[in-house]
Design a protein around this ligand. Sequence first.
Ligand SMILES: Cc1cc2nc3c(=O)[nH]c(=O)nc-3n(C[C@H](O)[C@H](O)[C@H](O)COP(=O)(O)OP(=O)(O)OC[C@H]3O[C@@H](n4cnc5c(N)ncnc54)[C@H](O)[C@@H]3O)c2cc1C
Length: 479
Amino acid sequence: MSSHYDTIVIGAGPAGLTAGSCLAEFGLKVLILDEQNRIGGQIYRNVENASEENLQKMGEEYRRGLKLSERFRKSGAEYLGNASVWNVEPEGRVCYSKDGVSERITANYIILATGAMERPIPIPGWTLPGVMGAGAVNGLSKDADLCPSGTVVLAGSGPLLLLEAALLIEKKVKIAAILETTPKIPSPAVLTHVLKALLGTAFLWKGVKMILDIRKSGVPHYKGVTNLKALGETAVTGVEADCGSKKLNFSAEMLLLHFGVIPDSHIYRLLGCHMKWDQNQRYWYPSTDEWGRTNFEKIFGAGDGTGVSGALAAEFKGELAALEVTRCFGIIPEYERDRLAGPVLDALKKDSYPRPLVDAFFAPDPKRFTFDDATVLCRCENVTVGDVRNIVSQGVTDLNEVKAMKRCGMGPCQGRMCGPALGEIVAAELDTSIARAGLLTIRPPLKQIPLQEIAAMDIVSDGVDPANLFKNQSKKADH
Ligand SMILES: Cc1cc2nc3c(=O)[nH]c(=O)nc-3n(C[C@H](O)[C@H](O)[C@H](O)COP(=O)(O)OP(=O)(O)OC[C@H]3O[C@@H](n4cnc5c(N)ncnc54)[C@H](O)[C@@H]3O)c2cc1C
C-alpha cells in the first residue's frame, strides 16, 4: 500500500468498481476505498461470496455483479475494505480510518462513488427497536443470508420496497401487510412518460412481474396509505395507518420502512461542491459535467451519489469519469476519449428510458413531509419536530442556525437521518424554498472516530501543519 496514487476512488459499488477497473486497465495506479469489507456496493453486496441459492433468489441483476468483480480483479486496481473515509480535500488528500488507525493519502484525482442512501422519513415510533430500513434488511440477506424471524410490515414507497417485499415472500417470511404511501391513482404526469418508458421493456416487465408475484402471494397490499405509526413501548408490537377512511392496524415485530433513495452527498458537501436541488425527487445532488467533474478540478463524481439513476447507469458514469481522468493524464487524446465514450453514452441513454416514468410514479409527495410535533426528528440528539418548529418561530432563518441552537444534525450520524426532513420542516415553517432554507454544513470527521486516532496520525512528517488538516472545511456549499 502506497501513500500516493494516480487516482483514489471512494466506493466499491458499480460506479467505483467500473471507474477503478477502467483506470487500472490504462496502467494507472488506482486505490478503491470502501467502508464495507467486500466489494459490490449496495446492489452487488457480497456478490463474490454469494451461494448459488442466494444468486438465484436475488436474480440476474445481482449476478451481473460477478462480471464487474471479474473485470476489477483482472485490472490490477487495489482495494482497501473496512476503510471509512472521514475527510477529503480538493487538493487530492483523503483521510480514512481502518481498524482503529487513521491514515492520510494523496492522489492526482479523486472519484467519489459513494452511492445513495435510503431517504429517512420520521414517523411516530420510528426510533423503536424493530423499525429498520427495507434496504438495510436487503443488505443483511446479501451479506449473511439473514431474514426477519417474526411478523413483518413493509411500508413506504419506491421500487426497492416492492423488490424487498417480493424477496421476503419468496423466503417465506411472514408479512402482515404492505402499506404503500404511493397514491392509488397515479398523477397525470406519470402518463406523459409511458411512451418513452416502453423503450425499456425489460425493466418494466421486471416491475410488472414483481407486482404480480406480490398479488399472487395473497399478502394484504394497500396503496395511498397515510398517517403511518409504529406502535410499542420498548419495541415494535404493531403498525397503524389510514387508507382513505379505513383505519388499519397490524400486529408485527418488525416494521421495514422505505421511502426511495437519495444521493449520499456528504463528501461533496464537505468539500464545498456546488449542489443542486431536484424539485421532483426532493433531494440535493452535486453539480457535475457529463464526465462527472465537479467544480473542483481534481474531484469527480460517479454513480447514484451524483443523482439516483440505478446500478447500470452507475457503471456507465464510472466508465465516463475514468475516461476523462485518463485523458487528463495524457494517456489518451480527446478524440480517443470520445470514441471510447460513444457506446457508453448510448447505453446510458438507453438505460434512462424508463427512469422518468419510475421517478414520476414514485415521486415523493410534499404532503408526506407534514410531521407531528411530538415525532423525534434527530435521533442522535433527541430533538423533536416541535422543538425545531419552536426555534424557527423565534426568528431562526436557516437550517444551520437550527443546528447550532438545537444540536439537530450534530450527532454521530452527522445529519444523515434528520437532514432531509429538517430541510422540509424549516422551509415549510419559513414559507420559503428548500434552497433558501439551506443545507446542513458538513465538517470532518465525516464518520465517528476517536480523537486519539486523529492525534496519532503521522501528518507532521508529511509537512502538514495539524492546524491546517481541516482547512478547506470552512467553505459553505455554494447553491
Ligand atoms: C440500502 C440500499 C439497498 C439497495 N439495494 C438495491 C437492490 O437490491 N437492487 C437494485 O437494483 N438497487 C438497489 N439499490 C440502489 C443501488 O444501490 C444503486 O442503484 C447502485 O448500487 C448505485 O451504485 P453506486 O456505485 O453509485 O453506489 P453503491 O452501490 O451504493 O456503492 C457506494 C459504496 O460507497 C461506499 N461508501 C460511501 N461512503 C463512504 C465513505 N465515507 N467511506 C468509504 N466508503 C464509502 C459504500 O460503502 C458503498 O459500498 C439500493 C440502494 C440502497 C441505498
